[in-house]
Write a protein that binds this ligand. Structure first.
Ligand SMILES: CC(C)(COP(=O)(O)OP(=O)(O)OC[C@H]1O[C@@H](n2cnc3c(N)ncnc32)[C@H](O)[C@@H]1OP(=O)(O)O)[C@@H](O)C(=O)NCCC(=O)NCCS
Length: 180
């Protein structure tokens, strides 16, 4: 009985290519997931332009999960083809599942569907990346067979004290004074 209820919930979630009308919902869901407090690097890189660019250039690698006409997940990727290299790499750039739907296999379904599309288009390898502390995503990626982990370190620098930044701010203030 319990199994039937669970499988009904699963069957209501469909995965399809993202459409133009989904862009703002995908952005909103991502903004809920990639918060400055939790994942500062993901937060900085997540914006409407990122989604729009991916959608405009490679919409076949932009997937959404939908339940009762509500977007509850997404996977956005890109295909990397290098000149003079016969290998193509499918790169999963962004993955998100609504907290209400977590741990129901949706992240895995999105990855599987994107993997199929990458393979159909000639990819021989797939890449994923995330914050080193993102245990949930890492758990999922490992479960889906991703391995050979390598560390990549992000560093940041506040530019407020940079002479050019100060100069630019002063120029802007002068200009604002002039126009009144
Ligand atoms: C990562 C994320 C996409 C997973 O989505 P999901 O639909 O819950 O994932 P699934 O149900 O398909 O897979 C669950 C698997 O992930 C792993 N997992 C989930 N939560 C975990 C946790 N807290 N610790 C370790 N592994 C975990 C397990 O392997 C789990 O399999 P199991 O349920 O059989 O044990 C989702 O949690 C999310 O949107 N997180 C915020 C955004 C994010 O971090 N995105 C990835 C970087 S772009």
């Amino acid at each position: 009985m319990k199994t039937t209820t669970k499988s009904k919930k699963h069957s209501r979630v469909t995965i399809r290519e993202m459409a133009l009308r989904d862009l703002s919902d995908v952005y909103e869901l991502g903004a809920q997931l990639f918060t400055a407090e939790k994942w500062p690097t993901l937060y900085r890189a997540w914006d409407e332009h990122e989604i729009l660019n991916l959608f405009n250039s490679e919409s076949e690698y932009c997937l959404v999960a939908e339940c009762d006409e509500v977007i509850v997940g997404f996977a956005l990727g890109t295909m990397m083809r290098k000149p003079r290299n016969s290998w193509s790499y499918g790169w999963l750039l962004w993955l998100g599942v609504s907290p209400r739907f977590k741990r129901r296999g949706l992240g895995g379904r999105l990855i599987n569907k994107l993997t199929d599309t990458f393979i159909d288009d000639g990819a021989r390898m797939m890449l994923v990346d995330t914050d080193a502390q993102n245990k949930t995503a890492l758990g999922l990626f490992r479960k889906m067979g991703f391995a050979d982990e390598m560390n990549h370190v992000y560093l940041s620098k506040n530019l407020h004290a940079h002479p050019r930044y100060i100069e630019r701010t002063l120029d802007e203030e002068e200009w604002e004074d002039e126009i009144g």
